[in-house]
Design a protein around this ligand. Sequence first.
Ligand code: DAH
Length: 339
Amino acid sequence: MLNKINELKAEIDALQAAAAADVEALRIAYLSKKGKVSQLFNEFRTLSADQKRELGQAINELKNHATERINVLKESFEGAAEADTDIDLTRSEASLPLGTRHPLSLVRNEIISIFSRLGFTIAEGPEIEDDWHVFSSLNFAADHPARDMQDTFFIQRNPDVLLRTHTSSVQSRVMETSKPPIRIICPGRVYRNEAISARAHCFFHQVEALYVDENVSYADLRQTLLYFAREMFGNDTEIRLRPSYFPFTEPSAEMDISCKICGGKGCGFCKHTGWVEILGCGMVDPNVLEACGIDSKKYSGFALGMGIERITNLKYQVSDLRLFSENDVRFLDEFKSAR
Ligand code: DAH
């Protein structure tokens, strides 16, 4: 009998199961009424009292041992029913492709960051505007060509509802509702009725800056521009201001920077002049201050406006404007390392 007990114990130790159903079969084979362990109990009943004393403990231990072994096998399959057996838990995780910031957002953020170091805060205005904020308040004469259908998108043929053609409209909105000192920059999208090509698009992006206070001078404008140019394009950047005309500034200027591609020596990009134009600027015309309710005898100001696409082209040499709005991932991926 002791031999039988030991043999059965060895057999139970070696039990294996490939699935939960096999464990149940083993339970029946060993522990059910007709199972091998139960049969041993039947034989045990026939033994003499002395033998029972000798073997009682061993046979009980065998039963406990069998129960434990089968429970262990059973637990190993628990939860396995839901698990997909094809999953390889040892495989390393596939990396998720990370998105990148759009180059125009990168450059816009950099412009904002430079001007915010000078104390400028962000102001925003609507893209669907009225004539007053885009043109009239900014000193555009009634017959100014920019008001023409050729340049401006009007909404439902209503001459007073239009898509803003520049972010200068935010200037007048801010001046109407706040008192100097005013120091704001206005990033945003603008629209013009242009045929789409590598060099022009019907929408693009601008950043406008406006500073109005007592005694703001042309020297303040020039120094702000120099600071901006050097922060944006590097400390060796030179600037040049050329007289120009805008209805809302007097005097007005356009700013060039030394060409970043040839270092000012002259190349195809700067049309062999060594300079590239990057923005328009000037002293806010007193008519504009008055139209927006600001006393032009007490206050003066400067304003400037630049195209974000233009700055981005200069920084990253993007040759075709259309790339900015096509969202081709191969193009966008090229800006992965930029912040
Ligand atoms: N609004 C002008 C444009 O769209 C850019 C500009 C020029 C803005 C001179 C200004 C400025 O504030 O002073 O071309």
